[in-house]
Design a protein around this ligand. Structure first.
Ligand code: RAM
Length: 379
């Protein structure tokens, strides 16, 4: 569904094509903290910034701009997706969902990103998108702080910054589109592993990169959940990092099984880690002996569920996550929302969403996949 377009001269998309000063008219600005970050970043690299006025993003503690829920989303908005890494099927699906939304909105979709999940490589992509005048940058952050200077510079120059999947510190972005609450994601994984090992034994975590905001939040909450009395028979003996690299994750799984002969189960809260770990486990003597669960895509995990290596795992629909992120960014860029808690907006086929505290928008609860339902999903 395309909204009708406003007069071209009022369109952010038009403005972005013009002088930088034009972009200032459409932006909501940054907080003093963000501005300080920009100035620091600018002085550190000797660069210049295009804007100088204040204001605020949602994540940074409130906006000075008024929301106009009836504002048109102008055609031609440049909405750019920057995932943790490109060669990861999870982000391929997520970004495709973003593209679907951008096309519905009559915008210009772009996907750029590094081949390895590192924050340093994301910085140069952020700078380029900002220089190109991207109206909305949708980012899955590889580090909560390392990308902040570049993001605040982009916001200062007029881009709306939406994090999705993996957040930054709240004052570096305008909105965070979360796949589910971190608590729900942690609890689901703990429930699955506890059930699969009969409530007792040693477990280990095979995570993504050591700085990933999302995995670190989930690991912390899983430890907290496991501290409950009902899980007193379970002991976490190790946490290793596969860096969302298939081969490293595979090797780390092998290492865990060799180092901990009494290991009862492994939780891998990353689609890359879980698929690689399942591949190792399925061809090893530990298949059926050591439980493996975590977060995975049904298409990557199907064969391991069918051959009995993995009983159950969880995820959300990454396409919906990307779709919601694009609608969120477009709604903010158009002024329908400013990121204040309680504001609502329509996200196309997903319906209405509400902005929570700290500019967070939550897609919905995770889904658990097993033999009984995995064939109902194709992503
Ligand atoms: C990997 C990435 C991503 C995470 C999923 C579950 O694809 O680390 O950030 O959300 O796993």
């Amino acid at each position: 569904m395309r909204p009708s377009r406003p007069a071209p001269s009022d369109s952010p998309a038009q403005a972005k094509e013009s002088e930088p000063i034009m972009r200032e008219r459409i932006r909501f600005g940054v907080t003093a903290a963000a501005l300080a970050g920009v100035m620091l970043a600018a002085s550190a690299c000797g660069g210049t910034t295009r804007g100088d006025d204040g204001g605020s993003g949602a994540g940074s503690g409130g906006s000075t701009a008024e929301a106009d829920p009836d504002a048109e989303i102008p055609e031609g908005l440049a909405i750019s997706f920057l995932p943790k890494q490109l060669n990861n099927p999870y982000f391929t699906v997520a970004d495709a969902g973003g593209k679907e939304a951008v096309e519905e909105l009559g915008g210009e979709f772009k996907e750029v990103g590094p081949s390895e999940a590192t924050a340093s490589s994301q910085v140069s992509y952020i700078n380029t998108l900002s220089q190109q005048g991207s109206d909305v940058i949708v980012l899955a952050a590889n580090d909560p702080n390392a990308v902040c200077g570049a993001l605040n510079q982009a916001r200062q120059a007029g881009s709306v910054v939406v994090t999705f999947d993996s957040d930054t510190a709240p004052d570096c972005r305008d909105l965070f589109v979360n796949q589910a609450t971190a608590k729900d994601i942690a609890r689901t994984q703990v429930e699955m592993i506890a059930e699969q090992i009969g409530g007792e034994g040693e477990i280990a975590f095979l995570s993504a990169t050591p700085n990933a905001t999302n995995q670190n939040a989930w690991l912390e909450l899983m430890e907290k959940e496991l501290a409950k009395e009902e899980y007193s028979g379970i002991e976490v003996v190790d946490t290793v990092y596969g860096n969302d690299d298939d081969q490293k994750s595979f090797n780390e799984m092998q290492g865990l099984l060799q180092t901990h002969p009494d290991l009862a189960g492994v939780v891998s809260p990353t689609t890359v880690g879980l698929a690689a770990a399942a591949r190792y486990l399925s061809s090893s003597d530990y298949k059926g002996e050591v439980a493996l669960t975590g977060l995975g895509t049904p298409n990557q995990m199907r064969e391991y569920v069918e051959n009995g290596t993995v009983e159950e795992f969880a995820l959300w629909d990454p396409a919906n996550l990307g779709y919601l992120a694009a609608y969120s960014g477009a709604s903010m860029s158009a002024g329908r929302i400013t990121g204040e808690q309680g504001q609502t907006f329509e996200a196309g086929r997903l319906g209405e969403y509400t902005v929570r505290a700290d500019g967070e928008i939550v897609l919905g609860p995770p889904t658990v996949f097993n033999k009984g339902n995995i064939d109902d999903y194709d992503f």
